[in-house]
Every structure is written in structure tokens, then in C-alpha cells.
Design a protein around this ligand. Structure first.
Ligand SMILES: Nc1nc2c(c(=O)[nH]1)N[C@H]1C(S)=C(S)[C@@H](COP(=O)(O)OP(=O)(O)OC[C@H]3O[C@@H](n4cnc5c(=O)[nH]c(N)nc54)[C@H](O)[C@@H]3O)O[C@H]1N2
Ligand SMILES: Nc1nc2c(c(=O)[nH]1)N[C@H]1C(S)=C(S)[C@@H](COP(=O)(O)OP(=O)(O)OC[C@H]3O[C@@H](n4cnc5c(=O)[nH]c(N)nc54)[C@H](O)[C@@H]3O)O[C@H]1N2
Ligand code: SF4
Ligand SMILES: [Mo]
Length: 890
């Protein structure tokens, strides 16, 4: 049942990560929407993480793109679509099909993706369609294809719970796949023998939960897994029968691995000590039920595909693949990364897991689509595609569901490429992204909750996204936009779809067309779905046979999709280490934080999600900070050959000395100088074309700020011309961090500008001789905003200042405390936010531990509710309990 009659809830799927959690969305009469986890969805069984729980807050109608625009002027859909079709047709006529391109996203639905791919590859006749999955899954796709002959994820989520050993490589699962992590933690609580090993240069929240953490040197993974393969042979853990019957190339792979048996050499290459390596190897060799989960620490590397195959080699050698509790598991990032791979959304794929360059496949697709033009060769991969735009080789580009001006490496080159491109179309749901200003045509897309279709999660499970709200303005679904352009380009029959169900049927039929078990991706049992069947479609794992049964696992008994049915061992070698030098001594690593999603176009609108980490930061090891004279909370300048950023220093031994970590999320919409991809070189893996987003040689210096500022305000504040600024939503208004290099001449005028005050507004101002200024503005007893300026980082409790935006009347005593930045007992300082679901801060939690004797996560939950909804903060809660215990023991 998809709409539950008792509650009016609609069953749908979360639009964020690749866990693919089921959501129950309940529109209420007052216009708000209730969000809960779907207890029946097999990905989450009712759980949601902090981002999923806050979905209702991101459904705001403000900032939406509501109408099509041409050159900044509102246009009708008819005019805009005809214009797009005409400009694409014209470019193709002049310079051929490869002069146009689509750049799409793992966040559009399978039906959208299918139409985009069909239009470009079957009817325009170019393979110039690539996707942000190039930045995300390309190395895993290439690694799977090399080893298995197909892009197949062999296992299921259940195997993570059934394993005795879980090895997480380059995955911060606790923050990036939180519900999967919670499932693992619950399994471990029930069965404490489940061991967790984390391989990550940083001591992440995930690593903090592990039994063994290998703080690997950047890109040390291939050497590590070569060492493991050699050790597995030594330890007698190789499954000879499986290797003989179902694989080829083992001897050569083993020969290449043998030199890495030497633990001293391996320690030098991986940065892990010999004892830790030995423990890991022994655990792996001795544990039959082992699952290796890997993510961007593996994929986003100049040697990413080799890393993937180094891991797959170890699972093939032990026969631990596609078995209950055993297998390699590449977890996908985006909600429909997997669906994109199914339709062939990458420039080097065809459709339905078929390959460009294989004439049998090309023949199947051509006949099925009745396609006039199929590309003869692969298209341009993302980084090369934008270089081609920059050089004028691609003249018309349609960007859909992705924000390349922020997320691609050499982001300023990308921006320049778009500025130069004669014709750029952008389909998005919001109007203020860093990419939107470069669009000649803007097309408003229906957002999550308004659109209908399917997504596929990390375990090959197809789930429905269902609409439960009308689209605002004239927003329309992406598939419709593409199909309309296809029809206007002269292909009216091929793009005549009356809805997503029709597209899905065609997609399923293509997967089954002349398949006969030769291709892993097969939806034979779904090709006959009628409208009602599609509407009712329950989450299902592919492949789906004609009788409707699906297959949870692959390859336990061989049956690989190579020509001879055997898996291939790859002879791999470690890629060169990142080229640090005297001028660029640090390795800059980048990635995600718990409560933001990519370029923050949706999560950045939620006060709740913006409170956890409200500023772009750079993690620096204490020794490096001391050496450079950088104190905690000062600002630093990080520079590479491609660009520079100004970030808040977060001094911590969670990162190894010589490395830096910065989040990927902040854009020009939320900060002055923190677009991290302006720093990342467009260096890519030679096989997959995936950028090495995690290891840029960088320099670090103290940013010489003359002053620092912090503001809270009910109206959106203005960063004025501050060299550094970071803006975030807060309950009741906004918060803004500032800094500058030039002294502020007229602090009062500056405060008026920052707080967006009218000239008449009354402003309280206190200054001291040490150069501190405090401003506050009230309307009657209503607090409007405050600004603190200081020669050193502003030492005001952020949580307390933000809590003053709650609209409660403020009497004079409170006003003075506010200006002093000192909370009183009437309004205790909650401290930095830990639990975003219930807004519980670190001081609240410390008080509960110390004053109320809460010694467990459950006790804190009973007292403060913290950690009782999504559970994303439970690891941090345990960390606080542990820290207070250590202090007590002293
Ligand atoms: N909160 C949140 N969750 C998300 C997303 C989000 O934006 N926000 N995005 C989703 C998407 S699209 C994706 S792709 C996934 C990504 O999920 P993850 O891959 O788990 O996330 P990242 O933070 O990009 O990187 C993971 C880890 O790789 C480590 N790493 C860096 N270099 C190396 C190395 O050389 N070797 C090893 N072994 N590790 C290394 C980093 O220190 C980092 O902790 O998250 C998904 N989930
Ligand atoms: N340095 C560094 N860079 C990275 C990474 C990293 O770890 N480090 N990770 C990379 C990875 S793994 C990924 S996946 C990418 C993600 O990078 P992007 O895909 O560029 O980031 P998003 O913010 O998710 O962009 C999605 C856009 O689509 C819009 N949108 C949302 N829903 C819809 C819809 O239904 N239709 C349409 N048409 N638009 C919609 C959103 O408003 C937003 O503008 O970043 C990559 N870049
Ligand atoms: S883990 Fe969180 S972000 Fe990922 S699908 Fe589930 S609720 Fe959404
Ligand atoms: Mo991703």
C-alpha cells in the first residue's frame, strides 16, 4: 500500500544517500509535512538519519526556480524548449553530434536518466553524456567490469549484519551512510564478536567505533591489499577450488603481490606500523565471513580502479564473494548512482549494462530503440568534457541535477568554461546555485516530493519515489523536459511518453531484450507493469526474473559475465604518491560532514542541519599548527597550484601530521572563499577518469586577519566586503562569521550594513580599549540582531547567541548578558550542537553526565532525548561520556 489511509502518508524514498531509506511523508492541513522512516522498507526498517529526518525543512518554497527563463527573462515552456531544441540542432548541423553534451546526475530518477541517455546516445548520436557519478562511482564501475565482466554489486545489506568481520576502506559510514552504520552497530550490539576494521587516514567518527583503525597514508591502499593477498597465500587462506574453477590470472597477481609480504616495506608504504598490519592480515585470513565495504577513499584517487581491483583480488582469492556475510561491497553515494549505471548514463557505457564498442550490444540497442544514430566511440568523461567546453569543442551543454561550478576539480576552470560556452542549459530546483548564473536557459525542475519514478540503492534495490505535493510555479519533471526536447528535435515517436511508468516499462524491456542470462542487469519480470503495478511497486532487488523472483547475490558459484565465465585477477601496482614538495608540503584531503549534502542547495536551508558544523573548516594536526603558529579558531589560507581558500582552523590529532582535511560542501552562496574544488587539480584515474579529489599537494599559512566578527540576525545579514565570511541558517534567523585584513574604519556603519538595518534603527554599541565592539539592535523588547568585532577570534558562545533569536522578549539584564556574550542561568549556554534532531548541545550533555549521572547513551537519551531519533550523534554522545569519565579518573 502506498498511501496509508489511516494517516494519509505516502510511501517514498529518501533523496539523499545511496542507502535508499524508505520514507513515510504525510502532508498536513497547515502545509507542513510529517516525515518518518518506513518501518517496512528493507533498507532502513523505519530508521532515518539526521538528513532524512530534516527533509520537511528543505521543502521550502523560497529559493525555488519557478519559471523557465531565457537570458534572464521569463519565458513560456514552449518557447524555452523549442529554443533548446533549435540551438542543439543547429550546433549538431554545424559541427556534428560531438559538439553538444549533457552533464547529468546520480540524483535524477532512473526514468529521467533513461530518457537523457536515449536522446544523446540513440538519437543525437554522440556519447557525450556524462554524470557526476564520474566523480563518485566510476572507479568502482571500472573495477567491477575488469574483474567480473559486468558492473555487479554481488552482495546485500544483510551481509553486513551477518559478517564476522567488516573492513571499511575509505568510508566514513557513520556520517555518510548513517542508517547502514546504525544497522551494523545494532548487529554488533546483539553479537559482539562482529569485528570492525577501518582504513582511513583520519580518525573519523567511524574509525572511533572500530576494533582496529589503520591510519593509512594517502593512496597506500593498493600496497596494503597487495600485502594482504600475499599474506592470504602464506596463511593458507586461498580457496584453491574457487580460484581454479571460476577465475583466471591468479598466479600473475600473486607474483606482483609477493614483494609486499615484507612488513617493514609495507609499513613504509602504507604509514601503518607492522604490528597493526599483522593484526589486520591475521583477522582477514582467519575470518571466513568478511565483507569489505569501500567508498570515496578508494574511488576518488589517481589509482582508484587499481585500488578497487586490489580489494576484489583478495575476495576472489578467498572465494568470499556473493556469500552470506562475505563479499566486496562498493557502497554508492547518491540516491540513484546505481540507477544511472543501469541506464548507461556514463560516457563509456551504452544502456542496460551494455557496452559501447561491442557490436552485439550496439546492434541490440539500435534495433530496440529503432535508433537512427548510435555513437561509434565513447564520449568525453566529466573532467575532459569541461576541458572541451573550455576549448570551444563543445558548444551546447545541458546540465541537470548537479552543480559543476562547485563539485568538479579545477572549479574555476569549469566556471570559465561555462562563461565561454555559447549555449548552456541548466535544469535545477533552486535558483541560487553557483552554476545557475552561467545558464542561457534555466529550466525549473520538480523536486523530491513532487516527482515520481524509481531509484536504485547500493544493494541493487529499486524503490519508488512518489509525489505527495504539487510542483510550485511551472516546475516540471526532468524526464518531461528531455522528452519534449527530443520530440522537438524531430523524434516524436521515440519520445512519446505519457508518464514515468511508460519509461520504466521500456527500460525494463530493454534490459530483458535478447538477454537470455548474458547480462546481469535484467528486469524481465517488470517489463509488463501496468500503471497500477508501477504505482504499487514494492522495493525489489534486481535482477527480476519473468516469474517475479529476484536474486539477492551473485558469483558464489562463479558465473561471471566475462566471455569465458571466469573472474579476472588484475595485476595492479600502487599509483605514485601525491607529489608534495617544499612549496606544497601538505596533502589536502576532502570529503563530507554529517549534516550537509554536497553543495548545500537543500540542507543549507535547514537551521537544524546547519547547526552541527556551521562554517567551512580545515583540520590540522597540532604539531603542524604549532610549527606554523596557527592557534585554534584562527583562520588559515590553504593554497594549491589551482587556487586558494580561507578556512577556520580546527586543530586536531584526528588527522595525521602533514595532511589537511576540508569539507567539500561550502559554495559561493554560503561563504566568501571556501569553494574547495578551486584547489583540486583535475588529475584523474587513467582507467576510470575519476578525479583524485582526496590528495592535492597544498601549502598552509596563517591568514593574517586584522579583525574577526560574529553576527546573529533575524534578517539575512550582509557580509559587506569582508575577506572571509560564512553564512548559515539558524532557528529564527541567520548566523554569520566574518574576518578582514583591513581595519574597519566606521564600526557603527559597518554594523548597520552587516545587520541589514534601516538608518533609523536604534543600535546599542559598546567598545573597549582593547578594540572589542559589541552591537545589538532591538525593536521594543524584540531582539533583531547582534554583531561582535574583535582583534582575535570572537569568544562568544555561538549556541547561546543563536538561542537569543528565538523571539522571546528580552529585558535589559538579558541584553547586557547578550552583549557580553555570557549566558545567564535563565538561558544556559547549550554549547556546540551535537544532536540536531532535538537541538541538544555539548554543554547540555556534559551537564547530564556530570550533574545527573547519565553514564550511557541510553541514559542521556532518557534525560535529553538526544540520540533517540535518527541516532546519527550516538557515537559523539559515547565520545563525550568517555571523555568525562577520563577526566573523572584523573
Ligand atoms: N552527510 C553526507 N552523507 C553523504 C553525502 C553528503 O554529501 N553528506 N554524499 C553522498 C555521496 S554522493 C557519497 S559519494 C558518499 C561518500 O561517502 P564516503 O566515501 O564515506 O565519504 P567521504 O567523506 O567523501 O570520504 C570517505 C573517507 O575517505 C578517506 N580517505 C581519503 N583519502 C584516503 C585514502 O587514500 N585511502 C583511504 N582508505 N581513505 C581515504 C577520507 O579521510 C574520508 O574519511 O556519501 C554519501 N552520503
Ligand atoms: N573535492 C571534492 N569534490 C567532490 C567530492 C569530494 O569528495 N571532494 N565528491 C564528489 C561526489 S562523490 C559527488 S556525488 C559530487 C556531488 O556534486 P553535485 O552533484 O554537483 O552536488 P549537489 O549539491 O548534490 O548538486 C545537485 C544539484 O541538483 C539540484 N537538484 C536537486 N534535485 C533535483 C531534481 O530533481 N532535478 C534537477 N534538475 N535538479 C535537482 C540541486 O539543487 C543541486 O543544485 O561532488 C563531487 N565533488
Ligand atoms: S541514511 Fe540518511 S541520507 Fe541516507 S537514505 Fe537513509 S535517511 Fe536518507
Ligand atoms: Mo558521490
Amino acid at each position: 500500500m502506498n498511501t496509508l489511509p489511516e494517516t494519509g502518508s505516502t510511501r517514498t524514498t529518501c533523496p539523499y544517500c545511496g542507502v535508499g531509506c524508505g520514507v513515510l511523508a504525510t502532508p498536513r492541513p497547515d502545509g507542513t509535512v510529517g516525515i518518518a522512516g518506513d518501518p517496512e522498507h528493507p533498507a532502513n526498517y523505519g530508521r532515518l538519519c539526521s538528513k532524512g529526518s530534516a527533509l520537511a525543512e528543505t521543502l521550502l518554497p523560497d529559493h525555488r526556480l519557478l519559471h523557465p527563463e531565457i537570458a534572464g527573462e521569463r519565458a513560456s515552456w514552449d518557447t524555452a524548449l523549442s529554443h533548446v531544441a533549435a540551438r542543439f540542432t543547429e550546433a549538431i548541423a554545424r559541427k556534428g553530434p560531438d559538439s553538444v553534451a549533457f552533464y547529468v546526475s546520480g540524483q535524477i530518477l532512473t526514468e529521467d536518466y533513461y530518457v537523457a541517455n536515449k536522446l544523446m546516445k540513440g538519437f543525437i548520436g554522440s556519447a557525450n553524456i556524462d554524470t557526476n557519478s564520474r566523480l563518485c562511482m566510476a572507479s568502482s564501475v571500472a573495477g567491477h567490469a575488469r574483474a567480473f565482466g559486468s558492473d555487479t554489486v554481488p552482495n546485500t545489506y544483510e551481509d553486513l549484519e551477518k559478517a564476522d568481520l567488516l573492513v571499511l576502506v575509505g568510508s566514513n559510514l557513520a556520517w555518510c551512510h548513517p542508517v547502514l552504520f546504525q544497522r551494523i552497530m545494532a548487529a554488533r550490539a546483539a553479537r559482539p564478536s562482529l569485528r570492525l576494521v577501518v582504513i582511513d587516514p583520519r580518525r573519523t567518527v567511524t574509525a572511533a567505533e572500530s576494533d582496529l583503525h589503520l591510519p593509512i597514508r594517502a593512496d597506500g591502499d593498493t600496497a596494503l591489499f597487495l600485502g594482504l593477498l600475499a599474506h592470504l597465500e602464506e596463511a593458507g587462506a586461498v580457496d584453491r577450488a574457487f580460484v581454479e574453477a571460476h577465475t583466471e590470472g591468479f598466479a600473475a597477481a600473486l607474483d606482483a603481490a609477493r614483494p609486499y609480504l615484507d612488513l617493514a616495506r609495507l609499513a613504509a608504504e602504507t604509514g601503518c606500523d607492522a604490528e597493526t598490519l599483522r593484526r589486520f592480515f591475521t583477522l582477514f585470513a582467519e575470518t571466513e565471513r568478511t565483507v569489505t565495504v569501500y567508498s570515496q577513499g578508494v574511488n576518488q584517487s589517481a589509482g582508484g580502479t587499481d585500488k578497487v581491483n586490489a580489494i576484489l583480488n583478495c575476495h576472489l582469492a578467498t572465494g568470499r564473494i556473493g556469500r552470506e556475510g562475505a563479499g566486496p561491497f562498493s557502497v554508492t553515494g547518491q540516491p540513484n548512482a546505481m540507477g544511472g549505471r543501469e541506464v548507461g548514463g556514463l560516457a563509456n557505457q551504452l544502456a542496460a549494462h551494455m557496452q559501447i564498442g561491442q557490436s552485439a550490444h550496439e546492434d541490440i540497442v539500435r534495433r530496440f530503440w529503432n535508433a537512427p544514430a548510435l555513437p561509434a566511440k565513447s564520449g568525453l568523461k566529466a573532467v575532459d568534457l569541461f576541458r572541451a567546453v573550455h576549448e570551444g569543442r563543445v558548444e551546447a551543454l545541458w546540465i541537470m541535477g548537479t552543480n559543476p561550478v562547485d563539485s568538479l576539480p579545477e572549479a574555476d576552470m569549469v566556471r570559465e568554461a561555462l562563461a565561454r560556452c555559447p549555449f548552456v542549459v541548466v535544469s535545477d530546483v533552486v535558483r541560487d546555485t553557483d552554476t545557475v548564473p552561467y545558464a542561457h536557459v534555466l529550466l525549473p525542475a520538480s523536486a523530491w516530493g513532487e516527482k515520481s519514478g524509481t531509484v536504485t540503492n547500493s544493494e541493487r534495490r529499486i524503490s519508488r519515489q512518489r509525489a505527495f505535493l504539487p510542483s510550485p510555479g511551472e516546475a516540471r519533471p526532468d524526464w518531461w523536459q528531455l522528452a519534449e526536447v527530443g520530440r522537438r528535435m524531430g523524434h516524436s515517436e521515440a519520445f512519446r511518453y505519457d508518464g514515468p511508468a511508460a519509461i520504466f516499462r521500456e527500460h525494463a524491456a530493454l534490459s530483458a531484450f535478447e538477454n537470455e542470462g548474458t547480462r546481469d542487469f535484467d528486469l524481465a519480470g517488470l517489463q509488463g507493469l501496468d500503471e497500477a503495478g508501477y504505482e504499487a511497486l514494492a522495493p525489489v532487488q534486481w535482477p527480476v526474473a519473468t516469474d517475479g523472483t529476484s536474486r539477492p547475490r551473485f558469483f558464489a558459484d562463479g558465473g561471471f559475465f566475462t566471455a569465458n565465465g571466469k573472474a579476472r585477477f588484475l595485476t595492479v601496482a600502487p599509483a605514485a604518491a601525491p607529489e608534495t614538495c617544499e612549496r606544497r608540503p601538505f596533502v589536502l584531503n576532502t570529503g563530507r560532514i554529517r549534516d550537509q549534502w554536497h553543495t548545500m542547495t537543500r540542507t543549507g536551508r535547514s537551521a537544524r542541519l546547519s547547526a552541527h558544523l556551521a562554517e567551512p573548516f580545515c583540520e590540522i594536526h597540532p604539531e603542524d599548527a604549532r610549527h606554523l603558529g596557527v592557534a585554534e579558531a584562527e583562520l588559515v589560507r590553504v593554497e594549491t597550484d589551482h587556487g586558494a581558500a580561507i578556512l577556520r582552523a580546527l586543530v586536531t590529532d584526528r588527522v595525521p601530521s602533514g595532511t589537511l582535511f576540508a569539507p567539500m560542501h561550502w559554495t559561493g552562496q554560503f561563504s566568501g572563499a571556501a569553494r574547495i574544488n578551486t584547489l583540486i587539480p583535475g588529475r584523474t584515474d587513467p582507467v576510470s577518469g575519476q578525479p583524485a579529489s582526496k590528495a592535492a599537494p597544498a601549502a598552509l599559512s596563517k591568514f593574517g586577519a586584522a579583525w574577526y566578527g560574529f553576527a546573529v540576525s533575524t534578517a539575512e545579514p550582509d557580509p559587506a566586503s569582508s575577506a572571509y565570511w560564512a553564512l548559515a541558517r539558524a532557528h529564527g534567523g541567520w548566523r554569520l562569521e566574518l574576518a578582514g585584513t583591513e581595519a574597519v574604519n566606521d564600526p557603527e556603519a559597518f554594523a548597520r550594513q552587516v545587520l541589514a538595518l534601516s538608518p533609523e534603527a536604534e543600535l546599542l554599541h559598546y567598545a573597549d580599549r582593547a578594540g572589542h565592539h559589541r552591537f545589538a539592535c532591538f525593536q521594543g523588547t524584540r531582539f533583531l540582531g547582534a554583531l561582535w568585532l574583535s582583534p582575535e577570534p570572537v569568544a562568544v558562545s555561538r549556541a547561546y547567541a543563536v538561542s537569543c533569536l528565538d523571539g522571546a522578549p528580552m529585558e535589559s539584564a538579558t541584553r547586557f548578558r547578550l552583549l557580553a556574550g555570557r549566558p545567564g542561568s535563565d538561558r544556559p549556554d547549550p554549547g556546540a550542537l551535537v544532536c540536531s534532531c532535538f537541538g541538544v548541545g555539548v554543554n547540555d550533555i556534559k551537564r547530564a553526565i556530570l550533574e545527573k549521572g547519565c553514564t550511557s547513551v541510553a541514559a542521556i537519551g532518557r534525560d535529553l532525548k538526544a540520540g533517540t531519533n535518527c541516532g546519527s550523534c550516538r557515537t559523539e554522545l559515547q565520545g563525550l561520556i568517555d571523555a568525562e569519565r577520563v577526566l573523572e579518573l584523573r
